[in-house]
Structure formats: C-alpha cells, structure tokens
Design a protein around this ligand. Structure first.
Ligand code: FES
Length: 491
C-alpha cells in the first residue's frame, strides 16, 4: 500500500504552509484520502521536497523556542523515555515493512531483467510468447505476492534501531569495540566493556582521556574545565569522559593492553565504609577524589598505607570500570598493623595512600580459550574481579568458577556467583567446602572438563596451595607442563 502522509506533515516536507499545499491540491483538482496524500503525489507536486529534513518544522520550532522562557531542553521538548521508546518501535515496524517492500521490488526487478534478456535472445513466435509470459508474471508479482516476513528487512530495521539505542565505538589502534548505552560517556561505556582506556579524573579536568574522532558524530554531554585548543578541536579531539556517541564512531584513543602499559600511580583516598563480614574479615571501601582515580586491571593489587605509615598489599576486589570506588577484603592478621587499624576502627577517619597497581595476574587480552577459575580462601578477591572482567569482555566460550570456601562471610559473593550461573549460559559456579583437599579439587575439575588442557586456568589463594593445585592440574589426562596454561596469584 502506498505510504500516506497527513497534509500538515506533507506541507512541512515540501517546505510550504499547509494552506499553500491545500490551495495547490484544489487548483490541480487532486483528491486527498481522508486528509492525506501519497508520497508519490507529493513528490510529483514538489519534486524538491526533502523527505529527510523539515525546514518549516525547524522554523516553527525555532520560533517557539525563542518565544518560550529559556529552560533546559530536556524539560520541554523531549518526551518521556517510555513514550520515545514506543514511538521508536513504531518507526522500526514501518522501517521493516518499507525495507521488505524494497527488497521485494529489487528482487522482482532483477528477475525481470533476466527474463527480458532471455526473451530478447529468442525470435519469432517464441519471443512473443516469452514476452507475454513475462507480462503475466509481472502482473502476478505486482498484484498478489507481497512479502509477509522478510528476515533481511527485519535485521536491517533491528540494526537501525540498535544504532539509535546503543551506537558502537571502535578504537582504531586495537580494533576493540564497545556499545554506548543510556547516558554513558564514551569513557564510561568503554570501561564498562572492559577496555583499559587512558583517563585520569573522569570529570573533565585533566585532559588524560583525550581522544580523536575519526568518523561518526559525537556530542558533549557534560561541561568540562579542561580546555581543548582550537587546533585540537579542528583535528577532531574530544574528551571521552565528557562526550558521547550520537552515531557509530571510530576513535583514536590510548588504551593499555598489558599491565606494563599502566603507570604506577599514587592516590590519596578516603575511607568510605568498613563492613565487618566476620570476626576476622572485613570489606574496606575506599573512595578517591573525583580528579584522581586509580587505573588498574582486574586481578591486580595495590599497597595501602595509613597515616601512621602502616602498609599492606591487597588485591582489588572491585571492577576496573570504576577507578573511584575501590574495594578490598581485609583479614585480621597477627602483627599486621594496617589490618589492626581496619578492625579497631581507627582507619575509618584516615586518608589512605594507595600505590599501584602491581602484578600481572590479569586476563590475557588475546585469550579465546575456555577459562577455569579456582579461588581458595582469600583468593576470591582477585578472582571475583577477573570473573567480572571476563564477563564484560565476553571472549571466552565458557567459564567455570570453583570457590573452595563455604565460610558464612562469603555468602554475598556466593549469591553473586549463583546469579551469574543462572543468568549466563556459558558460566558455571561450583562451591566446594573449605576442607576440600587439593586432589579433590583437581578431580572435580577433571570430571567436569575432560578438555581442561586446552583452557586457561587462574588459581588464587594461599601460596602453598596454589602451587600444589597448579602441579596437580598439570597431571590431569592430556595435560602437560605447558598445557593448560596456569596463572597463579598468591594471596
Ligand atoms: S579523564 Fe580527566 S578530563 Fe577526562
């Protein structure tokens, strides 16, 4: 069916007033269909009608905008997100139908040309007969057959829909891609996707997240104090923490791929909260200043020093996507004065000096093998961080986490792992009691995964135990000294 346009919209598209359009229709004796005309008819009257931009509409909107009191545009012009989403879905349905018709027309045209070429190659009566057949076939195609479901068109429309909701960004130097969703800046979206983009303050002050737009359209969503020079702006530079994607983008940005590419940083953080999980275990939550966050990779550690110069090294248990809110599991240890300050509460009012990150117990960027994670005791901190990162980058065909500790203080972590197990087809979680021996752990892995030799194994826990686990895993059938590759973290 021909696409019909209400007269007012048709007038906008033609760049005339509704009255002018109506007069022209009357003058030329053109009937409308319940106040609508077809796109074809509109284009026959106004061949230059621009179906994409809408000058009159823009003019009217400008007049209205100038007339109304100044206020944030989100307050007046944009509909509610739910309304916008419903409208987008409607546009999507129209796009699917239109694209289906277009695909169909293209296919008919192609076949017509083939049949025509065939008819032309004939002579005499057969040529005439072929021409008649072609005409009958075309009539049949045009009058009866219309596509009911066109998978290509549906995919095309879906892709267009997703481009509106979550445009993609490709980092030129690494080829990494991520989607920008909701109100995220380019930096937030990149970090959530597990990329190690360079940044400093994450709030538009330092300029460390400077990136260059190669293609696509981006827009500034937050004001920033850092000033980009005129030349930089001309060259397409923007601040990833303050800009977002309007369309699919290609950008040039600095991205660390190995721990060696991350600088050792010094950050002064405040204590956000200390939460006792058991008599001898607590979660320490630190918060850094907005302008001085910590860049790290999942699985890495830092050294924490209190105001009395008591130091201790801890693996980060939080996601690298948030360099401001840092989390640590702290166990009370005999002779460790830093942990004593955590448990006697004296750390709560101090500034903590964070130095790092350290260590190469991180996910291998190029890994596409399945991953086995084994956390025993306090090894859960770096393993939790690694699992979160592995889920974000989503390159492993499957992952299986064995947590060898069923202490009550781990109940929240266990619940989190169970939720991953339930939600993700390629993630499994197995909880083993704290007393499980190394041979029993390795037997469980061997029984679950006969192909463990081709996987990547991350083991974290007390030093003696992780060494023993690595040695025993390598003794499983088909395994050897170098396979599977085992990464160790002593906690
Ligand atoms: S990270 Fe500092 S300006 Fe963007």
């Amino acid at each position: 069916m021909a696409q019909l346009l209400p007269l007012s919209r048709a007038a906008r598209l033609a760049g005339v007033t509704r009255g002018e359009l109506q007069k022209r229709l009357r003058d030329e004796g053109i009937e409308t269909f319940e106040g609508k005309i077809t796109v074809t008819r509109l284009l026959s009257l106004y061949p230059d009608a621009d179906l994409e931009s809408d000058p009159v509409f823009e003019r009217i909107q400008k007049i209205k905008a100038d007339a109304r009191p100044k206020r944030d545009y989100t307050d007046g012009l944009l509909p509610e997100p739910e309304v916008l989403m419903t409208r987008l879905k409607e546009v999507n349905a129209v796009l699917t139908r239109t694209k289906s018709s277009l695909n169909y027309a293209e296919q008919v045209l192609k076949e017509t040309l083939q049949r025509l070429a065939h008819a032309r190659s004939l002579v005499g009566a057969t040529k005439l007969q072929a021409t008649d057949e072609l005409r009958d076939w075309l009539e049949h195609k045009v009058s009866t057959e219309m596509p009911h479901h066109d998978a290509r068109a549906a995919l095309f429309a879906r892709d267009a829909f997703l481009k509106v909701l979550a445009p993609s960004v490709r980092v030129l130097s690494t080829g990494h891609e991520f989607f920008v969703e909701g109100r995220d800046s380019l930096l937030e979206a990149g970090l959530k996707a597990g990329l190690h983009l360079q940044y400093g303050c994450a709030s538009g002050n330092c300029g460390a997240c400077k990136a260059r737009l190669i293609s696509g359209k981006a827009t500034q969503i937050r004001p920033h104090d850092y000033v980009l020079g005129a030349r930089e702006r001309e060259a397409g530079y923007l601040l990833a923490c303050s800009w977002t994607a309007v369309t699919d983008l290609v950008i040039e940005a600095i991205e660390a791929r190995t721990p060696a590419e991350l600088p050792i940083q010094e950050v002064r953080a405040g204590v956000d909260r200390i939460e006792r999980l058991a008599d001898d275990v607590a979660i320490l939550r630190l918060v850094t200043p907005r302008t001085n966050t910590l860049r790290f990779m999942a699985g890495q550690s830092v050294t924490l020093t209190d105001e009395d110069d008591n130091s201790a090294a801890y693996p980060l248990a939080s996601c690298p996507c948030d360099g401001r809110h840092l989390q640590f599991f702290v166990r009370r240890r005999e002779g460790n004065r830093f942990s004593a300050a955590v448990f006697d509460g004296s750390l709560a009012t101090q500034v903590v000096h964070v130095q790092g990150p350290y260590g190469d117990f991180v996910l291998r960027e190029d890994n596409t093998a399945p991953i086995v994670f084994v956390a025993t005791g306090d090894g859960i901190a770096p393993i939790k961080s690694l699992v979160e990162h592995a889920i974000s980058i989503d390159t492993a065909p499957w992952m299986h986490l064995y947590l060898v500790d069923d202490a009550p203080w781990l109940s929240n972590v266990c619940n989190l792992c169970r939720s991953w197990h339930d939600a993700l087809d390629h993630f499994r979680f197995t909880l083993l009691p704290a007393g499980t021996t190394v041979p029993e752990i390795v037997d469980a892995i061997g029984a679950d995964h006969a192909d463990v030799a081709s996987s990547l194994v991350y083991v974290a826990g007390p030093p003696a135990r992780v060494e023993e686990l690595a040695a025993d895993i390598r003794r499983l059938p088909d395994c050897s000294e170098g396979s599977p590759r085992v990464m160790l973290c002593e906690v």
